[in-house]
Ligand binder design. Structure first.
Ligand SMILES: Nc1ncnc2c1ncn2[C@@H]1O[C@H](COP(=O)(O)OP(=O)(O)OP(=O)(O)O)[C@@H](O)[C@H]1O
Ligand SMILES: [Mg+2]
Length: 766
């Protein structure tokens, strides 16, 4: 902390320090050079002085030297001492000092005194000089003493450099001080100039750069007088302006990128679809899902993996084909695949877009279309059912029409055969033929009844029925109809609600189903179970049964007939209700068609469950009626044969054959028949002939039908007794007639005994 560091210094200070140091170093170098030069110069002059002195001594001392006159030599050397000479010694050619220490040394020099005091006055001059040389800066000059070209001795003069040094030091100090101040002045001047010209603009540049960095984009450099720096400043300002503009644009771009990101995120969050991004090889690199429950696997299990590694084979194939297609054409839409999820099978639709050119990856949008798929399937099922219903409807119209006309013809055949049998001689061989005619026409009537039942128009007498009682009454008939190896099992629910229906037709249903069950068992042992009960059926249950349109929710009575027979494969199951579809050699294929027609006529439905080799269960559902069964029903009245009536009976029918045979039958029963071929004629006859006991009225006639005719007759005579006769009739009409308006019903083709029973039942006197 607080450590002084050069890098912390401002540029200006650094520049000052640098320039000052350089100038100072330069000054010192110059001073040193001067010093050396001066020193050499002073030393040279000292040497010259010494040499001159030595020469002088050598020239004057030759005689004394030759004479070895020590005293004179001493006198010579002692005279010439000045303050720069330390000693003067004369030596012989062997180097022995001939002068004494006292004479040789310059005793006038105060600084020698301490040294001289160390030696005794008679100490050898050589020893003393040696010691002095060690202690003092001594410059020694020697001059040989020549006599006739031969060396007689040497003069050695020791010179003190003390003066030179003192002089040099003084001069150097003066120069250094001068130099220092000059350097300082120069550095300050230089700094001032540099400051003005370069440093201040550079600092300014630095300051503005700092402000720009701190975000003050409006900061600019003020101009300066130096052209180059001015250019730099201008360029800097231009740069700053550009920077400001660019940063502004950058900020705007940043803002729009942020906005785009936010909106992208919002779009992805509001999207019900799953989004995946893969690379070109189908490796998943990114995903987005607002509903995690739509993910087939947890994200950590599919991120970074290939589609083929995470999806089941079939789904992966569909997706990879869509990617290949998108790579070729840019996009692909509509590929559909399914996945087994914990919540059940789910369907997905793909939209793929290839990214980049050439392709670098794909964006996959995956939509959950399970609901749509279910709706589509439901729709398809509904359309199929509708088509099927329409087919049944038109077939029904055809079958009904044929059966209606067929019944009229059959009535003539059956009636005539019956009458012929009554009137013919009992011994006649034709009796057998007539019986055959009767049997054949009974089978034909049965067939026509099945066809009518299939058309849904055979329902005639609607009454409240107890299904359990009806089954109990049929027990014997069922027993004899089924194979000897079949075991009949009953499981009848107690307190079964009543149903509204036609007993004959319900019997026909039971017979058809039980016979089919028995035929399914064939020659094998097996069980046929008949079960009844009642259940609440809601919409979801009714949506999954056969013929579900228009069925109301509520309580239904059911009859279930199950066998352990051969069962049905899918194909048979799909076609079993089709008229004339059979898998049996002797079958006509009308049984199930009739069952379906009857059940539809009763606003009911059925459920078939069949497994090849295991058996078949057919469940019939009929809406439960309001009434409860009366357990104390009176026993059925025994049939009374040979009943006869009397009086007029008006027989109204557009078919001549029916009129003829009807009239014959009436006559046979003791009545006097009057025939009319249509409603108008019937009204005329009823008015003109008094005492008509009954009117047998055909329901379907041209011009005025049975319904209208009944109304008119009631107007003429409210007490009129009308028996409605028909091969078939509309259900609604039956409902209307099943009340107080009509005395009775008779279904064509009718036999004499049937006619007798009806007329006897409606006769007031019976
Ligand atoms: N309980 C059943 N077990 C196995 N197959 C059955 C059963 N009920 C009906 N089928 C199949 O449905 C077909 C049609 O039955 P349907 O009763 O309409 O005609 P059929 O019995 O062949 O002839 P028909 O009843 O007119 O004499 C049968 O031929 C048979 O293949
Ligand atoms: Mg059958």
């Amino acid at each position: 902390m607080g450590r002084w560091q050069i890098k912390n210094l401002s540029l200006q200070r650094r520049f000052f320090l640098l320039s000052f140091s350089i100038i100072l170093i330069f000054s010192v170098a110059v001073t040193a050079t001067l010093f050396v030069a001066q020193k050499n110069k002073l030393e040279q002059s000292l040497l010259n002085k010494g040499t001159g002195f030595a020469r002088y001594v050598s020239s004057v001392c030759t005689d004394a030297l030759i004479l070895k006159d020590t005293l004179q030599l001493d006198a010579l050397v002692a005279v010439v001492h000045d303050d720069e000479i330390i000693y003067t010694v004369i030596e012989d050619e062997q180097g022995n000092a001939l002068t004494t220490t006292v004479a040789s040394l310059n005793s006038s020099q105060a600084k020698l005194k301490p040294y001289l005091d160390q030696f005794p006055p008679d100490a050898p001059v050589g020893t003393v000089i040696k010691a002095l040389k060690k202690e003092l800066d001594v410059l020694e000059v020697s001059q040989r003493i020549m006599v006739d070209s031969s060396v007689q001795g040497t003069v050695r003069v020791g010179l003190s450099e003390h003066n030179i040094r003192t002089q040099l030091l003084r001069q150097t100090a003066i120069v250094l001080v001068g130099m220092f101040f000059m350097s300082l002045t120069l550095a300050i001047t230089l700094n001032f100039a540099a400051n003005r010209l370069v440093l201040r603009p550079v600092s300014e540049l630095a300051r503005v750069a700092d402000q720009l960095t701190a975000g003050n984009m409006a900061a600019r450099v003020t101009s300066t007088s130096v052209a180059e720096i001015e250019t730099v400043c201008r360029s800097f300002n231009v740069m700053a302006e550009r920077l400001e503009r660019d940063i502004g644009e950058l900020k705007q771009a940043e803002a729009s990128v942020r906005l785009a990101q936010e909106s992208q995120e919002a779009i992805l969050n509001s999207m019900p679809d799953l989004m995946f991004r893969t690379d070109r090889d189908g490796v998943i690199v990114e995903f987005h899902s607002s509903q995690m429950s739509l993910l087939y696997l947890p994200p950590e299990q599919f991120m970074g993996k290939k589609i083929a590694e995470v999806l089941p084979e079939e789904a992966a194939r569909v997706v990879m084909e869509a990617l290949a297609e998108a790579e070729k054409t840019g996009t692909h839409r509509g590929a559909v695949y399914s996945l087994a999820m914990p919540q059940g099978e789910m369907w997905f639709e793909l939209a793929v877009t290839a990214m980049g050119q050439p392709c670098t990856g794909f964006i996959l949008l995956v939509r959950d279309i399970t609901q749509r798929k279910e709706l589509e399937e439901e729709q398809q099922r509904f359309e199929k059912q509708l088509l099927h219903a329409q087919k049944l409807e038109s077939l029904g119209v055809l079958a009904g029409g044929i059966a209606h006309d067929f019944n009229n013809i059959l009535m003539a055949i059956m009636g005539n055969a019956e009458l012929a049998l009554m009137r013919i001689n009992k011994e006649s061989p034709a009796i057998g033929n007539l019986r055959s005619i009767e049997q054949a026409s009974a089978r034909a009537a049965d067939l026509a009844a099945q066809m009518l039942a299939y058309s849904g128009k055979g329902k005639f007498i609607v009454e409240s029925l107890d299904l359990n009682r009806l089954l109990q009454e049929m027990l014997h008939m069922l027993d004899v109809s089924i194979s000897k190896k079949a075991h009949l099992n009953f499981d009848l629910a107690a307190a079964l609600p009543l149903i509204e229906g036609d007993a004959t037709q319900i019997r026909q249903v039971v017979m058809n189903l039980v016979i089919n069950a028995s035929e399914a068992l064939g020659e094998r042992d097996g069980t046929i179970s008949i079960k009844t009960g009642s259940m609440e059926c809601d919409r979801s249950y009714l949506n999954n049964v056969w013929q579900n349109e228009e069925l109301a929710e509520g309580r239904y009575v059911y009859l279930e007939i199950a066998d352990t027979g051969c069962g049905m494969d899918k194909d048979t199951l799909a076609r079993m209700f089709a008229p004339f579809f059979t898998t049996k050699f002797t079958g006509r294929g009308l049984g199930m068609a009739a069952v379906l027609g009857i059940i539809r006529g009763h606003n009911g439905t059925l459920v078939v469950d069949s497994e090849p080799g295991i058996g078949t269960t057919i469940k019939i559902l009929i809406p439960a009626g309001q009434q409860q069964p009366d357990v104390h029903q009176p026993p059925a009245q025994p049939e009374r044969e040979y009943w006869e009536g009397a009086g007029y009976v008006l027989l109204v029918d557009d078919e001549e054959t029916v009129r003829n045979i009807g009239a014959e039958m009436l006559r046979e029963l003791g009545f006097s028949p009057i025939s009319a071929s249509e409603g108008g004629e019937a009204l005329e006859l009823y008015k003109s002939v008094p005492g008509i006991r009954f009117v047998i009225l055909d329901l379907t006639m041209p011009h005025m039908d049975g319904d209208q005719c009944l109304g008119e007759l009631k107007k003429i005579d409210p007490q009129v007794r009308v028996v409605m006769s028909s091969g078939y009739s509309e259900v609604e009409l039956q409902r209307k007639f099943s009340g107080q308006h009509v005395a009775g019903f008779i279904q064509k083709p009718y036999t004499l005994s049937a006619l007798r029973k009806v007329l006897r039942d409606v006769s007031p006197d019976t």
